[in-house]
Design a protein around this ligand. Structure first.
Ligand code: NAD
Length: 373
């Protein structure tokens, strides 16, 4: 049986989720981690044998098959490029890079070297997502007329809430769009096989200044620091975007990191000429199908019929599979099903696509006009 040696760079919120998910597979060993702060303590807590503060040293010292990059956005490009140049397969967190140009360089390099390249858009890998894709492909909702939804969180509601995401130099020109919008747009294009062809965006930055804690913090941390310094904010808390799609359908998306009461609320509505689909992360084991002339349906995880969707179910209905499970399913596809003809995970091509959309949305918000993709 093929076994893989993996190193993880960035042991914050999502880096730990990667380690947990990889350990559930059985054919992957996390041999080393790399981080800037308290890395020895983290290695002890996580029972990882080797630890580094310099990712290049980790890549040189360990004979890795894959590296997972789970650091702030501004580091993705140089780390992924270095790994690819050293012939190591890469699993990269979203958003892929800071710019579309960087994403294009990485995509070309990975393809040229024929290395496995993955972007962690895990919402594609819920069993219900696979089933929705199937229903749409089979024409069961008819022609798509419109698509709308939201992605709402509240963890940046107060001006004392801090993350590196608030710093444009670490996060990129867009914040809420790159962080949350890319998940939604990737999912919608993936489910429908449609392309967004034009965008019109409006941004709002509620706090022009926020309070930055002195000393290191990690995303979604509930520990509140005692000392702050003031920082200017020049990225959006809220974005509203209109879309035109390749089949002439239209859509819209509301994104906010300041939506009180919404912890991780992604919702998609796909409205067709025969019926409609409603799906949300709040109720991710059920697909709601709306009909005009017959009772509406709820398709639960258990009754999903396609073998591909069943493949993503490891626990029966009533035994909730959520966020950590979707990341495990991405890694199962990468490490165990990589020879199958149709893999469901997102690649660098898909990451590049989202970087292009982020740039066009940013341009639209600045120019206050529709921008073609
Ligand atoms: N797919 C998802 O659902 C999901 C969820 C959260 C975050 N993310 C993405 O994952 C990435 C990390 O986000 P996070 O929320 O885990 O952030 P985080 O702040 O919790 O963790 C980032 C970690 O990277 C480390 N780090 C920073 N620079 C480094 C460097 N040069 N070398 C080594 N380590 C370094 C930090 O010390 C920190 O431990 C981002 O790109 C984010 O968009 C994706």
């Amino acid at each position: 049986m093929e076994k893989f040696k993996v190193g993880i760079i960035g042991i914050g919120f999502v880096g730990v989720a990667h380690i947990e998910a990889l350990r559930r597979l059985g054919n992957v060993e996390v041999v080393a981690i790399c981080g800037r702060h308290h890395i020895k303590d983290k290695a002890n807590q996580l029972y990882v044998e080797h630890h580094y503060t310099d990712y290049k040293e980790m890549i040189t010292e360990e004979k890795l098959d894959f590296v997972h990059i789970c650091t702030p956005n501004n580091t993705h490009f140089e780390m992924a490029k270095y790994a690819l140049e050293n012939d190591i397969n890469v699993v990269l967190e979203k958003p892929m890079t800071m710019t579309a140009d960087e994403a294009q360089i990485l995509t070309d390099l990975a393809n040229k070297k024929r290395l496995v390249n993955v972007i962690n858009f895990q919402n594609r890998l819920y069993p219900t997502s696979i089933q929705m894709k199937h229903l749409i492909n089979q024409g069961q909702i008819g022609d798509i007329i419109s698509i709308h939804g939201h992605y709402l969180q509240d963890w940046l509601l107060y001006d004392t809430d801090y993350s590196w995401r608030l710093n444009k130099k670490e996060s990129g020109n867009t914040r809420a769009v790159a962080d949350l919008g890319t998940h939604w747009m990737d999912l919608v294009e993936y489910l429908t096989n449609l392309k967004i062809t034009e965008v019109f965006a409006e941004f709002k930055t509620h706090y022009k200044k926020r309070k930055k804690p002195m000393g290191p913090t990690e995303s979604f941390s509930i520990n509140k620091p005692n000392h702050y310094e003031e920082m200017n904010i020049d990225t959006e808390d809220v974005a509203m975007i209109f879309f035109r799609f390749s089949n002439h359908s239209i859509g819209n998306l509301t994104i906010s990191q300041m939506a009180a009461g919404n912890k991780n609320n992604l919702e998609v509505n796909i409205l067709g000429s025969k019926s409609s689909i409603h799906w949300s992360l709040q109720d991710l084991e059920n697909i709601k199908i709306g009909h005009r002339d017959s009772p509406n349906q709820t398709i639960a995880k258990d009754y999903l019929l396609t073998p591909q969707a069943k493949n993503m179910i490891d626990y029966p209905a009533g035994h909730m599979e959520g966020y950590p499970d979707s990341i495990k399913q991405v890694f199962k596809e990468v490490y165990q099903n990589h020879d199958s003809i149709s893999s469901y995970y997102a690649t660098f091509e898909d990451g590049l696509r989202q970087m292009i959309l982020c740039e066009k949305i940013f341009e639209s918000a600045n120019k206050h006009q529709w921008v073609k993709i």
